[in-house]
Design a protein around this ligand. Structure first.
Ligand code: ZN
Length: 175
């Protein structure tokens, strides 16, 4: 079996496959976080995640239509060229806290968007094919606009005080 490093992204079709996977997983993850937040009575954050899920989902659909008619390479999940264990844009769900404030949710989102940006930038930097580089730069640019969007929202939702997770009525723990 070939090692990951022996299968770098070298075609536009392969980059589209990676990009599609990134956006799809990011969207699914945001949806899941949204559901979690609404289950925990945090509708503001839930809406925020649903909005992000819609944006990433739309992006995934766009990429899918670009892949139409192309010979898309087959990759086993473990051969994707991620820089991180999971696909780069999937917000880290282990960080989600049921009392988290918009600030924390946005920080999670920012991390995902920054990782996606780093991923596409790295592909652009390492590719010799001009068309591949152009496309990777385009995707990196889109992630940059997501980063700016999240940063704008972060400016409206500053870091809460240190007792943000104080719960006067915590969920019952059964031992
Ligand atoms: Zn994004």
């Amino acid at each position: 079996m070939k090692k990951q490093s022996e299968q770098p992204i070298s075609t536009v079709a392969d980059l589209l496959l990676h990009a599609y996977t990134i956006e799809r997983e990011a969207s699914d993850r945001y949806l899941l976080l949204g559901d979690q937040m609404s289950a925990h009575n945090n509708p503001v954050i839930a809406d925020l995640f649903y909005r992000l899920a819609t944006i990433e989902g739309r992006h995934a659909d766009e990429i899918k239509s670009r892949m139409q008619g192309m010979a898309i390479p087959e990759r086993k999940p473990w051969t994707f060229q991620w820089l991180t264990p999971e696909s780069p844009e999937a917000a880290d769900i282990t960080e989600a806290h049921y009392l988290m404030k918009p600030y924390h949710a946005l920080k999670l989102a920012l991390m995902g968007e920054e990782q996606a940006h780093r991923f596409f930038s790295a592909v652009a930097e390492h590719s010799r094919d001009p068309e591949l580089r152009r496309l990777a730069e385009e995707f990196a640019g889109e992630e940059l606009s997501h980063i700016e969007m999240v940063e704008k929202l972060l400016a409206e939702h500053p870091e809460p005080g240190p007792d943000w997770d104080y719960d006067a009525d915590p969920p019952a723990v059964v031992d």
